[in-house]
Design a protein around this ligand. Structure first.
Ligand code: MG
Ligand code: MG
Length: 253
């Protein structure tokens, strides 16, 4: 008997629907809304507007006192950037957007990173490879796979580039709550850790840097996680459903 409870077909369908809305939100922000000169508060406002239109509930707002509906992490900010009117997006920045919503009682969680305007080739590669590492982990997922299998998939792919893999934060189960068991690190050994079963829903989210894997939390906002050495950081996340022979990505169009 697994210690994890699979979601019911009705719960999964709600997450599938919510996941599409979240994918739509993030792509709309990326493709149409985020431009240089705007503040991260503007991104938050657009997200609120979009959620209202779609009739879905933000889940980051109020989470341990978080004041935004979306995390906006720029350049060396890895995750948990708090939207504010002083942080202005500049040409050449890389912007990580991480967002969650509740639809028909079920929560989904997703993130992406993109460049604003032209970005240097090494930065573009960091983004591309971080996203690819997420897909490597998704490919390793199926009924009977372990958290270690997923961590290994990310680490084994990323190591060749000499990038930093953030170890202080990890993926997680998701659905009834934003963060459920198990914790899913972005490093590990094949066959180790907790075993996934069909019907589980999890968020996989590699956070990769051009330099150090060490981070600190901003002393003023007490949220934003920065790389110690100021190196750029990328973050991609999908909520996925574990199936008998693989996985279904829920947070895509
Ligand atoms: Mg997230
Ligand atoms: Mg997450």
């Amino acid at each position: 008997m697994s210690k994890f409870r699979p979601k019911t077909p009705v719960e999964i369908q709600a997450m599938r629907e919510g996941g599409k809305i979240l994918a739509e939100t993030l792509l709309w922000l990326k493709e149409e809304k985020v431009v240089s000169g705007m503040s991260t508060q503007d991104i938050d406002s657009y997200t609120r507007e979009f959620f209202k239109k779609k009739g879905v509930e933000p889940v980051f707002l109020g989470y341990y006192g978080f004041t935004g509906v979306i995390c906006t992490s720029i350049n060396d900010a890895v995750i948990h950037g708090v939207p504010n009117d002083k942080t202005i997006i500049q040409e050449g920045d890389i912007v990580s957007l991480d967002c969650g919503l509740k639809h028909k009682g079920m929560i989904v969680d997703s993130a992406l990173t993109f460049g604003v305007g032209e970005i240097p080739e090494p930065t573009r590669l960091l983004l591309e490879r971080t996203q690819k590492s997420l897909y490597k982990a998704i490919k390793a997922l199926k009924n009977g796979a372990t958290t270690g299998d997923l961590g290994y998939a990310v680490e084994n792919y990323i190591d060749q580039f000499g990038y930093g893999i953030i170890r202080d934060y990890a993926g997680h189960g998701v659905g009834h709550s934003l963060h459920e068991d198990p914790t899913i690190p972005n490093y590990g050994a094949k066959g180790k850790g907790d075993t996934f079963i069909t019907g589980m829903t999890i968020a996989i989210e590699p956070m990769i840097t051009l330099g150090s894997e060490d981070v600190y939390i901003d002393a003023d906002d007490e949220w934003t996680v920065y790389t110690d050495d100021g190196s750029l950081s990328a973050h991609f996340e999908h909520t996925v459903l574990v199936t008998e022979n693989g996985a279904e990505i829920l947070t895509q169009l």
